[in-house]
Ligand binder design. Sequence first.
Ligand SMILES: [Zn+2]
Ligand SMILES: [Zn+2]
Length: 342
Amino acid sequence: MKCMLTCGAGIMEYSEKERPAAGPGEAVIKVRAASVCGGDVTRYKSAPMKDVYVIPGHEFSGDIVEIRDGGERYAVGDRVCIFPNPYCGTCPECRAGRFNLCTHKKSIGNNGQNGPVDGGMAEYCKVPVRSLIKLDDSVSYEQGALVEPVAVGLHASRAAGDVRGQKVLVYGAGAIGLYTIMFLKMQGAERIYALDVLPEHLEMAERYGADCTMLCEGNFAERIREDSGCGIDIVFDTVCLPPSISATQKLLRGGGSSVWIAIRNMQQEINIFPTVFHEQKIFTSFIYYKSEMEEAAGMMGRGEINCEDTITDRVPLSQGKALFEDLVHNPGAHIKAQFRID
Ligand SMILES: [Zn+2]
Ligand SMILES: [Zn+2]
């Protein structure tokens, strides 16, 4: 079968690999749509997957073409999206309900702490039956391949507690920022601010529910503070780099909270003093629970949300190399890039 293959830092090949077969408790998916995640691009650039040939892709949808032990629930022909972080269910984190922190999880489309697992940027992908999430017939494969990142926004929107009546700000209006804004709106945030470096992204942020948008330039932090009265209650930071973290310290009211959603650069220097001096709280948000992906898929099926307008690219696998290069060099030109796989 055709696939994309990560072969080292900055090396991604359109390649061939043997089509997988389902073992006990597994299904094979004919992939129809696979989205590219910011994390895929970071791994492509820095390749912690080095020396390991892995098919990337953890945001995808398709049809079940083979299944073993599917029980009553799943059968060949079902349209599904994939929960890509199957957890063990028995470790202390799982027993505490923190399934996203399972110490044994083997992430699909990644070479994580528990070893490499091929992902969905391929014609076929093998997944555990417990990773299957059915899609309503009304949900396109393209939207099905957005369920995973949408669930990241859903999980993040809940990380600092109830947002009803709160003044919130979303830093970065890329895909995760937009989905977070959408859920903050649904959950009754009083006023939603959005920040980005690109006017096109801010236009989208307005469509997704932002009340006030601003470019990150000049004295934007002061202007937002002024508009909000006494500062923001909760900042949702999808950038998490020193400039956004230090601006957040200025944007937040005393005792306000920030939620760190994405960490791209593991080692960075920040001045923590303003956070302590104003008793600001830091929450973190990491991926989501399977139940949150099911919630997101359910909302799409009932037509309560539709995020297809965040898809900026639909390309065949054969153009994958060029797409990844463009995502590295022109990140602002894309929101969600997808592979269409026929
Ligand atoms: Zn992702
Ligand atoms: Zn576990």
